[in-house]
Write a protein that binds this ligand. Structure first.
Ligand SMILES: Cc1cc2nc3c(=O)[nH]c(=O)nc-3n(C[C@H](O)[C@H](O)[C@H](O)COP(=O)(O)OP(=O)(O)OC[C@H]3O[C@@H](n4cnc5c(N)ncnc54)[C@H](O)[C@@H]3O)c2cc1C
Length: 370
């Protein structure tokens, strides 16, 4: 039986879209690469975050706002379907500033964002708080921190439980998932598309490439840009600690199990997803500056993972002009946007309206005319 949709990539983006399409009654097959593939979905910080999004592209901040507004219901629905608690919490978040210059530049960016979008002017809530004013949200915050921007929209979840729940919910809806089955080539077939793999050929009426960094080679074969590059982040995790009573920050957040996840590094390291001693030392020193109580804490784990970055950092939502029915989806904020990908984005794909509804996010914006 030929499926309605073939999804290439079983990360959080591909699975959110697969779940959304299956929930709408579509027949979906997902092909994923093997365990040693590059997988941002298994190495990220788990923030559901609006702050900092859409600087220079307000539409992206609006999407992020829509996504976090949908997150509670999305998490509840996945839990009801699968019994998996996503440990989602939305109590607000703080993005720290280390000096006056950073504080001024952040506030200027948010002001400009709101001037550019009447909707954000009304709906994006944030405030700059000094170090002392942050103490109720971040008890015993380091004395050398200047302050930070607080926003009630921000939150966090356990991203691995999110992924597990998307797999479980999709399977229960009949989605066929093939792990360790990388697509070697994609092509047009009779009134549909075909993925060639070492385990045989898979076909469907339409195809969604959600292969993270794999889009670089796959997407151009169907007339899509796949304009993404790796940007490494390194993360440290502490032993489990009693509750610190902190709101999450991009710099560090305490997980539901008590461990503190530390690190917001951005490194151009090619496709190397390893960790380096120098960077781990820098992350640890910064964490102690932020939260001096962590000084005597033991680290239990560290990892590196590659972000899926477009040239301007904004999502890439593409519908192929040369191969109607083929789409490419990439973003560097797939946890935050998961609720949106499973709902409005999946619906736009289903109705073949992606190109029209999300034209601002197409690969066209990267084309440079002669
Ligand atoms: C350090 C770090 C911290 C982050 N923190 C956050 C955060 O706090 N909040 C947030 O919202 N986002 C965060 N992100 C970003 C988020 O993790 C990504 O946006 C998201 O995981 C991207 O998901 P994806 O499915 O597109 O890509 P991936 O997770 O990379 O998945 C792509 C999948 O495609 C498969 N694939 C590749 N090629 C093929 C092929 N040929 N055939 C079949 N399958 C293929 C791979 O096996 C893989 O499973 C962070 C990322 C990093 C690296």
């Amino acid at each position: 039986m030929r499926q309605d949709f073939l999804i290439i990539g079983g990360g959080v983006v591909g699975m959110a879209v697969a779940y959304g399409l299956a929930r709408a009654g579509q027949g979906v097959t997902v092909l994923d690469e093997s365990d040693d593939a590059l997988r941002a979905s298994r190495g990220n910080a788990g923030l559901t975050w609006v702050q900092g999004k859409g600087i220079g592209m307000p539409r992206y901040a609006e999407l992020s706002l829509d996504a976090v507004r949908g997150w509670s219901a999305f998490a509840r629905e996945l839990t009801e379907r699968t019994g998996i608690d996503l440990q989602y919490e939305q109590r607000g978040g703080v993005d720290l500033c280390f000096d006056a210059e950073e504080a001024e530049s952040r506030q200027r960016e948010y002001d400009e964002l709101q001037q550019a979008s009447p909707r954000l002017a009304r709906e994006f809530e944030w405030d700059y708080l000094s170090r002392d004013a942050l103490l109720p949200y971040l008890p015993e915050l380091g004395e050398r921190i200047h302050g930070g921007t607080w926003s009630p929209h921000d939150g966090h979840c356990n991203p691995l439980y999110l992924l597990r729940a998307l797999y479980a919910a999709s399977r229960a809806l009949g989605v066929e998932i093939h792990p360790s089955t990388p697509a070697q080539a994609l092509s047009k077939a009779d009134s549909g598309f075909c993925a060639t793999t070492a385990k045989g050929t898979f076909t469907a009426e339409r195809i969604v490439i959600a292969a993270g960094l794999g889009a670089r080679t796959l997407a151009p074969t169907l007339g899509l840009s796949g304009a993404v590059a790796p940007l490494r982040g390194q993360i440290l995790v502490t032993e489990r600690l009693p509750a610190l009573g902190w709101l999450p920050t991009p710099q560090l957040r305490q997980t539901a199990s008590g461990g503190v996840l530390i690190g917001d590094t951005h490194e151009r390291s090619g496709f190397d997803k390893g960790v380096t001693l120098a960077m781990m030392q820098a992350i640890a020193a910064k964490a102690v500056q932020i939260c001096p109580a962590l000084e005597a804490t033991r680290l239990v784990r560290a990892w590196g993972a590659l972000r899926v970055m477009t040239p301007d950092g904004n999502p890439l939502y593409e519908a192929s002009a040369s191969h109607p029915g083929a789409y490419n989806i990439n973003c560097h904020s797939g946890i935050t946007l998961a609720s949106f990908h499973a709902s409005a984005l999946a619906e736009a794909i289903l109705n073949d309206r992606l190109g029209q509804q999300y034209a601002a996010f197409s690969g066209e914006r990267f084309h440079v005319s002669a």
